[in-house]
Design a binder for this molecule. Structure first.
Ligand code: GLN
Ligand code: ZN
Length: 743
């Protein structure tokens, strides 16, 4: 039997970031809707053409979007919350995505364990779904002109959509409303001459409940009646206990991820039905490296022993990787040649399906060989890693013993999370320096000027623990990655975070080491200007790792430990430079949690250890802070405690003290920075508002455990918002202090 090929989605940004630019132009009122639509359709067409040229048999169609594919399906199905009902067309669409005066957007949250954020559907009990598939059908029509029979529409399954939504009523109830609409869509597509569609059903890798099983059975049995073959697509993990019944659903094909989880074992144990095609997601759509021929061939052979009716595919949509590695001409060739972005992955998919691909494998093997010589290997780091001792992870004294030795502070100490507004002036400075228009001296003088202003301002406002303001940093991971060896940075390696927001994650390509101190100069400048304590400010090992593309030849744990060892040196140097307080930010700590809860403990064990390795070197008298700006702590609070930070600052304003309550209920005994100011909003919170929240929040917790701070860094805010907000925050704190002192 011949092996076919397929894709599950392609990057949406365009070769020259056309889509991002068009969207932003449209929102700014500088571009007409027609022009926006034209741009998006041309990028979509170009994407199809690339996949066609690569010789892919079933090409994903319909994954392209103006903002978010989940939002697209909400609109197509008429799942429009009441507050958007008065709007129509693109106005309504973008209002749902980004909000519009007075109407808040849908909530945004992470798409499974990726760094992509989707909009959470809201379905109330009175919602009457109503289909309008015109845009989708038009896309399919257009694709057929170019792709013919290869057009393979991507549909977000109603079960996954409902499971990801905030809904009233049961899954089954809501499903019954939606299924007829999906039925109509399939009927239409069948009339168009479409031969097969993809149903994306990633929810199947996250849970194994009977409710989910029932909903899936209902869906696929009912849709089977239409007679349009379906490829049931899953990704990001294995099917677990769902495997045994999912493979017997009435579908044409089942697509599994063979780059994560244990689908290979499930396949070997459970077998695979002869009448179905297996979509083999063997090209990693979540990382940027070329295949390792030996391991891919071995996996493929094992699969083919079970079934020969297969299609080679990326493990998921290629939207999670950048477009084209060969455009990175500034990366050294040995590195560039082992990188595989979307364009290279198409070729890998195709080559794996060919009978005669030995020369392709040989070429890649040779490239990996050259890379091996090139990639930085550090004897020193390897030696340190293998010789780690238990006490490298432990501070010398317990929290309570340390507490006595640490700096004296007023009750309810006030501080900020690190960054202050990144004005265009500050950004310009960095750009000019990079272009060589400023000498190092000129650049540093200008940065120091901002630091001085920032210190003065914090003193005037009356904050207790100051920060230098992070004016020298573009991004909290990039800044450290650029100073550590083992990290590479792309020029065009954009990956969608949400809507028009794209990031360029660093690539870890070798052993990580710290050639020189990274933050000491700015710390010293700041501390020299004030008698108040200035916090040293670092990004934690887990966050640096989780926001980078990791290498695949050593474990993530080892990479986290390598970063931790580098940060450990920085912590020691900050201490030597006089820092009494050091903050190690871990905002990406929680998002690294595996999709399956049974794998949490393994991740948490090494992630906590990595943090401890980076901070345990601190003297007992040095106060270690960490920062995590989200609200779901309940299920990992014991692990947070094990970080053994003296202070953790958390989000608490949007959750109305709920986060604080959760942490308190769990008996958290260290200090907590109570994020009372929501920095994601331009609104300046009033003194009364913050005082009230503080008052309510502290009723459950000993006062000496509480700090007062904004819920994240201030870099996206404007000075006009930040100054009054911080003044009010300090004022609110004073009110509470006076109140409690007079008791
Ligand atoms: N120290 C960083 C800042 O203030 C923390 C950012 C974050 O948590 N995402 O910007
Ligand atoms: Zn934060």
């Amino acid at each position: 039997m011949t092996i076919t090929t397929g894709t599950l989605g392609y990057p949406r940004i365009g070769q020259k970031r056309e889509v991002k630019k068009a969207l932003e132009g449209f929102w700014a009122g500088k571009l007409e809707a027609d022009a926006l639509i034209h741009t998006i359709e041309s990028v979509e067409t170009a994407n199809w053409q690339r996949q066609l040229e690569a010789g892919i048999d079933r090409i994903a169609v319909g994954d392209m979007t103006f903002y978010d594919h989940v939002l697209d399906w909400c609109v197509r199905l008429g799942l429009i919350p009441n507050r958007f009902q008065s709007l129509t067309g693109l106005k309504q669409y973008f209002a749902m995505g980004r909000g519009v005066d007075g109407i808040p957007a849908l909530e945004m949250t992470k798409w499974f364990d990726t760094n992509y954020h989707y909009l959470v559907p809201e379905i109330s009990s009175d919602c009457q779904p109503q289909a309008n598939f015109d845009d989708f059908l038009a896309k399919v029509r257009r694709s057929q002109l170019i792709l013919g029979k290869r057009s393979n529409p991507v549909i977000l399954s109603p079960v996954t959509l409902l499971e990801l939504s905030r809904k009233e009523g049961s899954l089954q109830e809501n499903l019954e409303k939606l299924l007829p609409l999906y039925g109509d869509l399939l009927t239409q597509l069948k009339e168009y001459g479409i031969e097969e569609v993809q149903f994306h059903e990633p929810i199947l890798v996250t849970k194994e409940t009977s409710e989910l099983k029932e909903a899936i059975l209902t869906t696929y049995h009912e849709l089977a009646n239409i007679g349009l073959p379906i490829n049931l697509v899953t990704y990001f993990e294995d099917l677990g206990a769902n495997y045994s019944w999912v493979i017997n659903l009435p579908v044409q094909a089942i697509s599994l991820d063979f780059t994560r989880g244990n689908n290979l074992d499930l396949l070997k144990i459970g077998g695979f039905p002869e009448d179905k095609r297996l979509g083999v997601g063997i090209i990693d759509a979540r990382n940027v490296w070329k295949i390792r021929p030996q391991s891919v061939i071995s996996t493929l052979h094992q699969i083919q022993e079970i079934t020969t009716n297969i299609s080679i595919q990326p493990s998921a949509s290629l939207q999670f990787v950048p477009l084209d590695a060969q455009k990175e001409v500034n990366l050294a060739e040995p590195l560039r040649n082992v990188l595989s972005f979307a364009q290279q992955k198409l070729r890998e998919v195709k080559m794996l399906s060919e009978a005669d691909n030995q020369s392709f494998y040989d070429e890649i093997d040779a490239q990996w060989q050259i890379f091996k010589e090139f990639s930085p290997y550090s004897e020193n780091v390897a030696h340190k890693l293998t010789n780690l001792k238990t006490n490298d992870f432990d501070r010398t004294l317990s929290y309570l013993e340390r507490l006595e030795k640490q700096l004296p502070l007023p009750m309810l100490p006030t501080t900020t999370i690190g960054s202050f507004p990144q004005t265009s002036e500050v950004r310009q400075l960095r750009v000019k320096y990079k272009r060589g228009e400023l000498t190092q001296q000129q650049y540093e003088d200008a940065i120091d000027h901002h630091i001085a202003e920032c210190i003065k301002l914090q003193e005037d406002i009356g904050l207790d623990v100051l920060v230098h303001g992070e004016f020298e940093r573009t991004d909290m991971v990039e800044y450290f990655g650029q100073q550590l060896s083992g990290f590479a940075f792309t020029e065009h390696g954009w990956v969608q975070s949400y809507g028009s927001r794209y990031v360029r994650p660093p690539i870890i390509f070798g052993d990580i080491a710290r050639p020189e101190p990274m933050t000491i100069r700015e710390f010293e400048v700041a501390q020299s200007l004030t008698t108040k304590p200035v916090k040293g400010m670092l990004t934690g090992p887990v966050t640096i790792l989780n926001w980078s593309f990791p290498r695949t030849d050593i474990s993530r744990q080892d990479q986290a430990f390598q970063i931790a060892l580098a940060l450990r040196e920085e912590v020691a140097d900050l201490e030597k430079a006089g820092a009494k307080v050091i903050q190690v930010d871990e905002p990406a700590f929680r998002e690294g949690l595996p999709l399956k809860q049974e794998r949490w403990s393994n991740y948490l064990a090494w992630a906590v250890d990595a943090f401890r390795l980076s901070t345990a070197i601190a003297n007992p008298a040095t106060q270690i802070h960490t920062h995590m700006c989200y609200s779901e702590f309940g299920d990992i609070i014991k692990d947070i405690e094990r970080l053994d930070a003296d202070v953790i600052s958390i989000e608490n304003s949007r959750s109305n003290n709920r986060t604080l309550e959760e942490v308190t209920e769990a008996g958290y005994a260290h200090q907590i920075g109570n994020g009372v100011y929501d920095i994601h909003s331009p609104v300046v919170p009033s003194t009364e508002q913050m005082a009230q929240q503080l008052q309510e929040g502290i009723s459950n917790l000993p006062l000496k455990q509480i700090w007062v701070n904004p819920d994240c860094g201030l870099k996206t805010r404007r000075w006009e918002e930040v100054i009054p907000a911080l003044k009010n925050m300090v004022e609110a704190t004073k009110l509470i202090r006076e109140k409690t002192e007079s008791l």
